[in-house]
Write a protein that binds this ligand. Structure first.
Ligand code: A3P
Length: 323
Protein backbone atom coordinates (compact mmCIF):
# COMPACT_ATOMS: atom_id res chain seq x y z
CA UNK A 1 0.00 0.00 0.00
CA UNK A 2 0.94 3.65 -0.19
CA UNK A 3 2.40 3.93 3.33
CA UNK A 4 4.56 0.91 2.77
CA UNK A 5 5.78 2.30 -0.56
CA UNK A 6 6.69 5.57 1.16
CA UNK A 7 8.58 3.76 3.92
CA UNK A 8 10.44 1.66 1.35
CA UNK A 9 11.34 4.72 -0.68
CA UNK A 10 12.58 6.57 2.39
CA UNK A 11 14.72 3.61 3.43
CA UNK A 12 16.13 3.41 -0.07
CA UNK A 13 16.97 7.12 -0.12
CA UNK A 14 18.67 6.82 3.26
CA UNK A 15 20.77 3.99 1.94
CA UNK A 16 21.72 5.76 -1.29
CA UNK A 17 22.71 8.85 0.71
CA UNK A 18 25.52 6.81 2.28
CA UNK A 19 27.18 6.16 -1.12
CA UNK A 20 29.86 8.27 -2.85
CA UNK A 21 28.15 10.57 -5.34
CA UNK A 22 28.93 12.51 -8.45
CA UNK A 23 27.11 14.64 -11.00
CA UNK A 24 24.61 12.72 -13.12
CA UNK A 25 23.96 13.15 -16.84
CA UNK A 26 20.19 12.89 -16.61
CA UNK A 27 19.40 13.46 -12.94
CA UNK A 28 21.28 15.59 -10.47
CA UNK A 29 23.40 12.79 -8.99
CA UNK A 30 24.68 9.31 -9.63
CA UNK A 31 26.10 7.05 -6.94
CA UNK A 32 28.99 4.63 -6.80
CA UNK A 33 27.71 1.18 -5.95
CA UNK A 34 30.06 -1.82 -6.11
CA UNK A 35 32.31 -0.10 -8.62
CA UNK A 36 29.65 1.32 -10.96
CA UNK A 37 27.98 4.73 -11.20
CA UNK A 38 24.23 4.27 -11.00
CA UNK A 39 21.13 6.39 -10.59
CA UNK A 40 19.17 5.96 -7.40
CA UNK A 41 16.34 4.31 -9.37
CA UNK A 42 18.43 1.55 -10.83
CA UNK A 43 20.17 0.86 -7.51
CA UNK A 44 16.68 0.17 -6.22
CA UNK A 45 16.09 -2.12 -9.21
CA UNK A 46 19.36 -3.93 -8.63
CA UNK A 47 18.57 -4.65 -4.99
CA UNK A 48 15.14 -5.97 -5.98
CA UNK A 49 16.72 -8.19 -8.62
CA UNK A 50 19.05 -9.62 -5.97
CA UNK A 51 16.26 -10.18 -3.49
CA UNK A 52 13.33 -11.21 -5.66
CA UNK A 53 14.14 -12.05 -9.26
CA UNK A 54 14.03 -15.77 -10.01
CA UNK A 55 16.04 -16.51 -13.13
CA UNK A 56 15.06 -19.52 -15.21
CA UNK A 57 17.85 -21.50 -16.86
CA UNK A 58 16.20 -20.78 -20.22
CA UNK A 59 16.23 -16.98 -19.74
CA UNK A 60 18.27 -14.98 -22.22
CA UNK A 61 19.59 -11.53 -21.30
CA UNK A 62 20.54 -8.75 -23.64
CA UNK A 63 23.25 -6.85 -21.80
CA UNK A 64 24.73 -3.58 -23.00
CA UNK A 65 26.11 -0.27 -21.94
CA UNK A 66 23.64 2.53 -22.68
CA UNK A 67 23.41 3.57 -26.35
CA UNK A 68 25.33 0.63 -27.74
CA UNK A 69 22.49 -0.89 -29.74
CA UNK A 70 20.00 -2.18 -27.17
CA UNK A 71 16.98 -1.10 -29.22
CA UNK A 72 18.28 -2.77 -32.37
CA UNK A 73 19.26 -6.01 -30.66
CA UNK A 74 15.94 -6.12 -28.82
CA UNK A 75 14.21 -6.13 -32.18
CA UNK A 76 16.59 -8.70 -33.68
CA UNK A 77 16.40 -11.10 -30.74
CA UNK A 78 12.66 -10.89 -30.39
CA UNK A 79 12.01 -11.31 -34.10
CA UNK A 80 14.41 -14.25 -34.30
CA UNK A 81 13.12 -16.11 -31.24
CA UNK A 82 9.49 -15.59 -32.26
CA UNK A 83 9.85 -16.14 -36.00
CA UNK A 84 7.46 -19.11 -36.00
CA UNK A 85 4.88 -17.17 -34.02
CA UNK A 86 4.47 -14.02 -36.07
CA UNK A 87 4.37 -13.21 -39.75
CA UNK A 88 7.01 -10.65 -40.62
CA UNK A 89 4.48 -8.67 -42.65
CA UNK A 90 2.19 -8.27 -39.65
CA UNK A 91 4.66 -8.16 -36.82
CA UNK A 92 4.15 -6.70 -33.33
CA UNK A 93 7.37 -4.72 -33.89
CA UNK A 94 5.56 -2.71 -36.54
CA UNK A 95 2.86 -1.68 -34.09
CA UNK A 96 4.62 -1.20 -30.78
CA UNK A 97 8.27 -0.50 -31.45
CA UNK A 98 11.27 -2.42 -30.10
CA UNK A 99 11.15 -1.18 -26.53
CA UNK A 100 7.98 -3.08 -25.71
CA UNK A 101 9.23 -6.36 -27.12
CA UNK A 102 10.66 -7.47 -23.81
CA UNK A 103 11.24 -5.98 -20.37
CA UNK A 104 14.15 -3.76 -19.40
CA UNK A 105 14.76 -5.54 -16.12
CA UNK A 106 16.65 -2.76 -14.28
CA UNK A 107 13.56 -0.63 -13.74
CA UNK A 108 10.71 -2.85 -14.94
CA UNK A 109 11.22 -4.96 -11.83
CA UNK A 110 9.60 -2.23 -9.70
CA UNK A 111 6.82 -1.03 -11.98
CA UNK A 112 4.45 -3.18 -9.84
CA UNK A 113 4.61 -3.13 -6.07
CA UNK A 114 6.71 -4.64 -4.57
CA UNK A 115 8.12 -6.36 -7.65
CA UNK A 116 6.87 -7.23 -11.11
CA UNK A 117 6.12 -10.88 -11.69
CA UNK A 118 7.48 -12.19 -14.98
CA UNK A 119 6.18 -15.77 -14.59
CA UNK A 120 3.63 -15.37 -17.40
CA UNK A 121 6.30 -14.77 -20.06
CA UNK A 122 6.82 -17.72 -22.42
CA UNK A 123 10.22 -19.49 -22.38
CA UNK A 124 12.77 -18.49 -23.36
CA UNK A 125 12.07 -15.27 -21.49
CA UNK A 126 14.02 -12.31 -22.85
CA UNK A 127 15.22 -9.42 -20.68
CA UNK A 128 17.41 -6.41 -21.27
CA UNK A 129 19.81 -4.97 -18.70
CA UNK A 130 22.49 -2.31 -18.56
CA UNK A 131 24.05 -3.57 -15.34
CA UNK A 132 27.74 -4.46 -15.33
CA UNK A 133 28.43 -8.19 -15.18
CA UNK A 134 29.82 -8.13 -11.64
CA UNK A 135 26.71 -6.40 -10.30
CA UNK A 136 24.33 -9.19 -11.26
CA UNK A 137 23.49 -12.10 -8.97
CA UNK A 138 25.44 -15.31 -9.52
CA UNK A 139 22.12 -17.14 -9.87
CA UNK A 140 21.69 -15.22 -13.14
CA UNK A 141 25.20 -15.16 -14.52
CA UNK A 142 25.96 -18.81 -13.76
CA UNK A 143 22.78 -20.23 -15.28
CA UNK A 144 21.50 -17.97 -18.04
CA UNK A 145 22.70 -16.97 -21.47
CA UNK A 146 23.80 -13.39 -22.13
CA UNK A 147 24.11 -11.56 -25.42
CA UNK A 148 26.40 -8.56 -24.89
CA UNK A 149 26.45 -5.81 -27.46
CA UNK A 150 29.39 -3.45 -27.46
CA UNK A 151 29.99 -0.32 -29.52
CA UNK A 152 32.86 2.03 -30.24
CA UNK A 153 32.88 4.10 -27.03
CA UNK A 154 33.32 7.32 -29.01
CA UNK A 155 29.98 6.72 -30.73
CA UNK A 156 28.42 5.55 -27.46
CA UNK A 157 29.55 8.79 -25.80
CA UNK A 158 28.12 10.98 -28.55
CA UNK A 159 24.86 9.05 -28.58
CA UNK A 160 24.57 9.13 -24.81
CA UNK A 161 25.29 12.83 -24.60
CA UNK A 162 22.46 13.56 -27.07
CA UNK A 163 20.05 11.17 -25.36
CA UNK A 164 20.74 12.29 -21.80
CA UNK A 165 20.72 15.98 -22.74
CA UNK A 166 17.18 15.52 -24.03
CA UNK A 167 16.04 13.77 -20.88
CA UNK A 168 17.95 16.01 -18.50
CA UNK A 169 15.77 17.99 -16.14
CA UNK A 170 15.30 21.56 -17.35
CA UNK A 171 16.01 22.72 -13.79
CA UNK A 172 19.61 21.56 -14.11
CA UNK A 173 22.25 23.39 -16.13
CA UNK A 174 22.86 21.61 -19.45
CA UNK A 175 25.84 19.27 -19.67
CA UNK A 176 28.29 20.52 -22.31
CA UNK A 177 29.92 18.00 -24.64
CA UNK A 178 33.36 18.84 -23.21
CA UNK A 179 32.19 18.13 -19.71
CA UNK A 180 30.46 14.92 -20.80
CA UNK A 181 33.65 13.87 -22.56
CA UNK A 182 35.77 14.41 -19.44
CA UNK A 183 33.29 12.61 -17.25
CA UNK A 184 33.01 9.68 -19.67
CA UNK A 185 36.81 9.33 -19.81
CA UNK A 186 36.86 9.27 -16.02
CA UNK A 187 34.20 6.57 -15.98
CA UNK A 188 31.59 8.86 -14.52
CA UNK A 189 28.30 8.32 -16.29
CA UNK A 190 25.23 6.19 -15.67
CA UNK A 191 26.28 2.49 -15.62
CA UNK A 192 29.93 3.47 -16.10
CA UNK A 193 32.88 3.14 -16.18
CA UNK A 194 32.36 2.08 -19.79
CA UNK A 195 35.63 0.09 -19.87
CA UNK A 196 34.86 -1.89 -16.72
CA UNK A 197 31.46 -2.66 -18.22
CA UNK A 198 32.89 -4.02 -21.46
CA UNK A 199 35.75 -5.85 -19.80
CA UNK A 200 33.50 -7.62 -17.32
CA UNK A 201 31.45 -9.17 -20.10
CA UNK A 202 34.46 -9.66 -22.36
CA UNK A 203 36.33 -11.71 -19.76
CA UNK A 204 33.23 -13.70 -18.89
CA UNK A 205 32.65 -14.43 -22.59
CA UNK A 206 36.22 -15.71 -22.91
CA UNK A 207 35.69 -18.01 -19.93
CA UNK A 208 32.20 -19.22 -20.91
CA UNK A 209 31.61 -18.71 -24.63
CA UNK A 210 28.55 -20.95 -24.48
CA UNK A 211 26.99 -18.62 -21.87
CA UNK A 212 28.01 -15.20 -23.15
CA UNK A 213 28.05 -14.05 -26.75
CA UNK A 214 30.09 -10.86 -27.20
CA UNK A 215 28.83 -8.91 -30.22
CA UNK A 216 29.62 -5.53 -31.70
CA UNK A 217 27.33 -2.88 -33.14
CA UNK A 218 29.81 -2.27 -35.96
CA UNK A 219 29.91 -5.97 -36.96
CA UNK A 220 26.13 -6.12 -37.07
CA UNK A 221 26.14 -3.06 -39.34
CA UNK A 222 28.77 -4.50 -41.65
CA UNK A 223 27.63 -8.11 -41.90
CA UNK A 224 24.14 -8.37 -40.49
CA UNK A 225 23.33 -11.74 -42.05
CA UNK A 226 26.46 -13.41 -40.69
CA UNK A 227 26.00 -11.84 -37.27
CA UNK A 228 22.31 -12.62 -37.00
CA UNK A 229 22.99 -16.27 -37.81
CA UNK A 230 25.55 -16.33 -34.98
CA UNK A 231 23.04 -14.75 -32.66
CA UNK A 232 20.28 -17.21 -33.57
CA UNK A 233 22.53 -20.25 -33.07
CA UNK A 234 23.71 -18.95 -29.74
CA UNK A 235 20.12 -18.47 -28.58
CA UNK A 236 19.43 -22.10 -29.46
CA UNK A 237 17.34 -21.34 -32.55
CA UNK A 238 19.69 -21.65 -35.54
CA UNK A 239 18.24 -20.86 -38.96
CA UNK A 240 17.69 -24.02 -40.97
CA UNK A 241 19.02 -24.39 -44.50
CA UNK A 242 15.45 -24.19 -45.67
CA UNK A 243 14.91 -20.88 -43.87
CA UNK A 244 18.15 -19.51 -45.25
CA UNK A 245 17.04 -20.55 -48.70
CA UNK A 246 13.77 -18.65 -48.25
CA UNK A 247 15.67 -15.52 -47.22
CA UNK A 248 14.30 -15.44 -43.68
CA UNK A 249 17.55 -14.08 -42.25
CA UNK A 250 17.58 -11.16 -44.70
CA UNK A 251 13.93 -10.45 -43.97
CA UNK A 252 14.54 -10.18 -40.23
CA UNK A 253 17.54 -7.95 -40.86
CA UNK A 254 15.35 -5.70 -42.99
CA UNK A 255 12.49 -5.66 -40.51
CA UNK A 256 14.86 -4.53 -37.74
CA UNK A 257 16.91 -2.07 -39.77
CA UNK A 258 17.25 1.53 -38.66
CA UNK A 259 15.63 2.70 -41.89
CA UNK A 260 12.59 0.50 -41.42
CA UNK A 261 12.03 0.94 -37.69
CA UNK A 262 12.79 4.65 -37.47
CA UNK A 263 10.24 5.38 -40.18
CA UNK A 264 7.32 3.65 -38.48
CA UNK A 265 4.63 5.92 -37.03
CA UNK A 266 4.96 4.30 -33.63
CA UNK A 267 8.65 5.28 -33.56
CA UNK A 268 8.08 8.79 -34.86
CA UNK A 269 6.10 10.22 -31.98
CA UNK A 270 3.09 8.02 -32.62
CA UNK A 271 2.46 7.44 -28.95
CA UNK A 272 4.81 4.55 -28.23
CA UNK A 273 7.28 4.76 -25.44
CA UNK A 274 9.27 3.04 -22.77
CA UNK A 275 8.08 3.45 -19.22
CA UNK A 276 11.17 3.28 -17.02
CA UNK A 277 9.59 4.42 -13.77
CA UNK A 278 6.31 6.09 -12.90
CA UNK A 279 8.05 9.41 -13.58
CA UNK A 280 10.43 8.57 -16.40
CA UNK A 281 8.78 7.74 -19.72
CA UNK A 282 10.83 8.01 -22.91
CA UNK A 283 9.19 8.28 -26.32
CA UNK A 284 10.24 5.65 -28.87
CA UNK A 285 11.58 8.30 -31.22
CA UNK A 286 14.36 9.15 -28.74
CA UNK A 287 15.90 5.73 -29.34
CA UNK A 288 16.45 6.49 -33.01
CA UNK A 289 18.87 9.23 -33.88
CA UNK A 290 21.34 8.52 -36.70
CA UNK A 291 22.09 4.82 -36.38
CA UNK A 292 25.52 5.21 -37.97
CA UNK A 293 29.07 4.08 -37.30
CA UNK A 294 31.54 6.93 -36.78
CA UNK A 295 29.32 9.91 -35.96
CA UNK A 296 31.96 10.73 -33.31
CA UNK A 297 34.02 12.31 -36.09
CA UNK A 298 31.62 15.22 -36.01
CA UNK A 299 32.48 15.83 -32.36
CA UNK A 300 36.11 14.84 -31.89
CA UNK A 301 39.24 15.11 -33.96
CA UNK A 302 41.44 12.09 -34.37
CA UNK A 303 44.98 13.23 -33.82
CA UNK A 304 47.68 12.41 -31.34
CA UNK A 305 47.00 13.81 -27.90
CA UNK A 306 43.61 14.96 -28.92
CA UNK A 307 40.28 13.80 -27.82
CA UNK A 308 39.62 10.65 -29.78
CA UNK A 309 43.19 9.58 -29.28
CA UNK A 310 42.85 9.63 -25.54
CA UNK A 311 39.94 7.28 -25.93
CA UNK A 312 41.74 4.75 -28.01
CA UNK A 313 44.72 4.68 -25.68
CA UNK A 314 42.60 3.60 -22.79
CA UNK A 315 41.02 0.79 -24.75
CA UNK A 316 41.88 -2.58 -23.38
CA UNK A 317 39.59 -4.98 -25.15
CA UNK A 318 41.68 -7.00 -27.51
CA UNK A 319 40.95 -6.73 -31.15
CA UNK A 320 38.07 -4.36 -30.72
CA UNK A 321 39.28 -0.91 -31.29
CA UNK A 322 40.00 0.44 -34.68
CA UNK A 323 42.65 3.06 -35.25
P1 A3P B 1 22.92 7.08 -32.38
O1 A3P B 1 22.54 8.03 -31.29
O2 A3P B 1 24.38 7.05 -32.65
O3 A3P B 1 22.12 7.27 -33.61
P2 A3P B 1 20.33 2.06 -27.40
O4 A3P B 1 19.27 1.36 -28.15
O5 A3P B 1 21.29 1.14 -26.72
O6 A3P B 1 19.76 3.11 -26.51
O7 A3P B 1 21.23 2.80 -28.49
C1 A3P B 1 20.69 3.80 -29.30
C2 A3P B 1 21.59 3.98 -30.51
O8 A3P B 1 21.32 2.92 -31.45
C3 A3P B 1 21.31 5.27 -31.24
O9 A3P B 1 22.57 5.61 -31.85
C4 A3P B 1 20.27 4.83 -32.24
O10 A3P B 1 20.11 5.69 -33.33
C5 A3P B 1 20.82 3.49 -32.66
N1 A3P B 1 19.81 2.58 -33.22
C6 A3P B 1 18.52 2.43 -32.82
N2 A3P B 1 17.90 1.51 -33.58
C7 A3P B 1 18.81 1.06 -34.49
C8 A3P B 1 18.75 0.12 -35.55
N3 A3P B 1 17.63 -0.54 -35.85
N4 A3P B 1 19.88 -0.07 -36.27
C9 A3P B 1 21.00 0.60 -36.00
N5 A3P B 1 21.11 1.50 -35.00
C10 A3P B 1 20.03 1.74 -34.24
Amino acid sequence: DENQTQTDNQQHENFVATLPKNKGWRSENIFLYNGFWLSSDVIKGLLLIHNHFKPQPTDIFLASFMKCGTTWFKALMFATINRHRYKLSDHPLLRTGPQSMFPFLDTHIFLDYPVTNFDHLPAPRLFATHFGYGLLPKSMTSRCKFVYVCRDPKDALVSKWHFMSKLRSKELTPLSFSEAYEMFCNGVSEYGPFWDHVLGYWKASQESPDKILFMKYEDMKREPVVELKKLASFMGMPFTAEEEGRGVVEEIVKLCSFENLSNLDVNKGGGGGQKFTTKVVVENQEFFRKGKVGDWKNYMTYRRDERADRFDHTQQVEGYWFG
